[in-house]
Design a binder for this molecule. Structure first.
Ligand SMILES: [Mg+2]
Length: 240
């Protein structure tokens, strides 16, 4: 069956979120003189990642706004190291703290090296788009900053504006509709096995799970999911 369109996840698929998060956090904590309060830099990054996963899940569930999950993350990290200002810090205080973090994080924003070459190769033969669990303004700014936005035109769909996050089948189908293609003619590429690969497969798309670290090599690529470890593999696979 011919694939005519490809939809991508953004974070840790096209964009190296994990590196920007780690670099940004460590620079921020050093500047705030908080880094020495953690047993190690790796411990700080692990805690920040855990807090992010938990609060971002609440954002995706509609319990927090996008800005609200940022405030919650700042509050929890500062409370963990005993540096929450006396009394209840205002949202402004936390917002400014988080903004200082995002300045460092943005300075480390980068696409994975395989992203631009793969998108350039695919653009000649496929319609390209993005389906992301985030907000449109944030993701468009990010894609623009790393030089990838022009590959997608208006085919950038985010859960905040759509109304439901991956793995809800509706957001995958809405992404296909943006390309003007039925789901069986669309491939989806993402780094999260459950949210991206299983979600896309269950919505009727052709699912590619991007396992960059090879951590899930033992997970069979069965059940309608193809495992790749680099975007370089996508071009020949789709053409086959
Ligand atoms: Mg991702």
């Amino acid at each position: 069956m011919t694939v005519r369109g490809v939809l991508f996840d953004i974070d840790d698929t096209l964009f190296d979120y994990s590196t920007s998060e780690r670099v940004g956090l460590l620079k921020h904590l050093a500047a705030e003189e908080l880094l020495e309060l953690f047993p190690s830099p790796a411990d700080a990054v692990a805690l920040w990642r855990q807090i992010m996963e938990e609060e971002y899940t609440r954002f995706l569930a509609g319990e927090l706004t996008f800005a609200g999950q940022q405030l919650a993350r700042a509050r929890r990290l500062l409370a963990h190291v005993g540096h929450l200002p006396a009394g209840d810090p205002s949202d402004d205080t936390l917002s400014v703290w988080f903004a200082r973090y995002t300045t460092f994080r943005k300075s480390a924003w980068a696409a994975f090296p395989d992203a631009a070459p793969a998108l350039s190769s695919l653009a000649a033969r496929y319609q390209l788009g993005v389906v992301s669990n985030s907000t449109l303004a944030h993701q468009r700014e990010k894609l623009h900053a790393i030089g990838l936005l022009d590959h997608f035109g208006d085919a950038v769909l985010c859960s905040e504006e759509h109304g439901a996050p991956k793995p809800d089948p509706g957001i995958f189908l809405a992404g296909c509709a943006l390309l003007g293609l039925p789901p069986h003619q669309v491939a989806y590429v993402g780094d999260k096995y459950d949210v991206d690969a299983c979600g896309a497969r269950d919505a009727g798309l052709r699912a590619y799970w991007l396992d960059r670290t090879g951590a899930g090599a033992d997970v069979p690529g069965a059940d309608g999911i193809t495992v790749i470890t680099s975007l370089d593999e996508l071009v020949p696979l789709l053409a086959a």
